[in-house]
Design a protein around this ligand. Structure first.
Ligand code: G2I
Length: 456
């Protein structure tokens, strides 16, 4: 991928020269500056993307700008649940596939938007609840992430699940009513389906340190401490006429949890401040080494869902606006992603395993359950004994009536009665005391399961 080209030598010379002569450092000019958004971002190890309405790919005025300026795309609507599973179990990926082909043909990465969201659900899902909805939702995640396996840079696994206002809590929705653990179940299913994609939580009104962003921050910290697979947080950044003074500090506090951050749906109210705000957002991203890319929510003002806000970087005739120039200059002036990891705050470490490691060979396993009426997700910790493992098997006897519908980070044999879970390539070999985690989802009740572990 072309994101990683860093013109370190040119920058070093410019800095040295400026210091030697006592002149102000100006890194925005010179032969090394990128002349398009995508090229300038790539020189700093980032991507610069746009949301695409797939039916506009046949409009050449649109595609000319897209292909020239952007090196990442996201479908504005076409990968949403209502679009790609219009009837339960009947998938239609034609528009999403068209976007992926366009991206591949033009060297762009693809953001996936979005696997689960309370809005733009198909009618059949809107009418569901409880375990039927939970199972349908997890199946949707599994099927869609599997379809695009290996083709998605980052997935918005869950979109907009937190409430606005001061509560810092979850938004009420049919998905939320299936149980608070629906988000982690979605992330686990997405990881199992496409282990190579970065898995993100995405939301809006998170443009500074506020109750909503803090609620999300606490969820991410909890996920990291419990090994729930989350890699990134998307900050939509649909902005008005000012930018929170702690915008960058907010990105940084998430990065310090050990996740990447990305600006995912940037657009800004028109007016005197628009160009300044676009520039400030770009500088904030570049100042955070884990801020890996910026996406604007559309290409030209007239493509935007915000209509008369004229909220984007190109006017309706495709001309570059002042905001464009500010973004390009900020990209060219900003720091690259350091090649050695920064020595600032280390991410918090996971708490010690709850199961004490056995002192002999073999292995032990413990299970924790998240249950709802009619279903459950089981998280299993496997701890290697003193001899370590080359592989392990965990047997679990399910209560009668229960069955396994989905497994991650292990391979299941059987689905009811006694089910055997075998380690997979990347978690077979454990050193003494090391812990691996896997999980499974089931229907019925999972109460009272006692796992037994054998090692090879
Ligand atoms: O609302 C702005 C964005 C907020 N974050 C999540 C994004 O997914 C969301 O995107 C917008 C699209 O830009 C709109 O284009 O999501 C809207 C739906 O909530 C999209 O609007 C829908 C219209 O509501 C439908 O009537 C229309 O059929 O666009 C559809 C396709 O044009």
């Amino acid at each position: 991928m072309k994101h990683r080209r860093v013109l370190r030598a040119a920058v070093t010379i410019a800095v040295t020269g400026a210091l030697a002569t006592g002149m102000t450092m100006v890194l925005t000019t010179g032969a090394s500056a990128g002349t398009t958004l995508g090229a300038a971002a790539a020189e700093k190890g980032r991507y610069f993307g746009a949301a695409v309405a797939v039916n506009k790919l046949s409009t050449s005025a649109y595609t000319t700008i897209l292909n020239r300026e952007f090196n990442s795309v996201v479908a504005e609507n076409e990968m949403k649940w209502a679009s790609n599973e219009p009837q339960q179990g009947v998938f239609n990926h034609s528009s999403g596939d068209r976007l992926v082909s366009h991206a591949q043909a033009n060297g762009m990465s693809v953001r996936g938007h979005t696997l689960l969201w309370h809005a733009q659900q198909p009618g059949w899902a809107q009418g569901m609840s409880g375990s039927a909805l939970r199972n349908a939702a997890i199946n949707h995640v599994t099927q869609v992430a599997s379809h695009y396996r290996g083709k998605i840079h980052s997935w918005d696994v869950v979109n907009e699940a937190f409430a606005d206002g001061g509560s810092g809590g979850r938004r009420d929705s049919n998905l939320q009513r299936t149980g608070n653990d629906w988000i982690e179940a979605a992330f686990r299913a997405a990881r199992a389906a496409d282990p190579g994609a970065k898995l993100c939580y995405n939301d809006y009104n998170t443009d500074g340190i506020n109750a909503k962003s803090t609620g999300i921050y606490n969820m991410v910290r909890d996920f990291k401490s419990r090994g729930v697979p989350i890699d990134c947080v998307g900050f939509q950044s649909h902005l008005g006429t000012s930018l929170a003074s702690d915008y960058q500090a907010n990105l940084q506090r998430f990065a310090d949890l050990g996740v990447d951050v990305q600006i995912t749906e940037l657009d800004v109210m028109t007016g005197g401040n628009q160009a300044n705000i676009f520039g400030a957002v770009t500088r904030a991203c570049l100042a955070v080494s884990r801020c890996t890319g910026i996406t604007t929510w559309g290409v030209r003002d007239c493509d935007s869902w915000r209509g008369s806000d004229n909220a984007l970087l190109f006017d309706c005739n495709g001309n570059k606006k002042a905001a464009y120039t500010n973004v390009l200059n900020a990209l060219n002036a900003g720091p690259g992603i350091p090649t050695t990891p920064p020595t600032t705050t280390p991410p918090p470490t996971d708490p010690p395993p709850t199961t004490p490691p056995p002192t002999t060979g073999g292995c032990s396993a413990s299970v924790s359950l998240n249950s709802w009426n009619g279903g459950f997700v089981a998280s299993v910790k496997v701890t290697a004994g003193s001899a370590g493992t080359n592989g392990w098997n965990v047997s679990v006897t399910l209560p009668s009536g229960a069955s396994v519908t989905n497994t991650w980070s292990a391979t299941a044999s059987g689905s009811s009665g006694t089910v055997r879970f075998a380690s997979v390539d990347y978690n077979s070999r454990l050193t003494a005391g090391q812990v691996a985690e896997f999980g499974f989802q089931g229907t019925g009740s999972g109460a009272g399961m006692t796992p037994t572990c054998t090692a090879s």
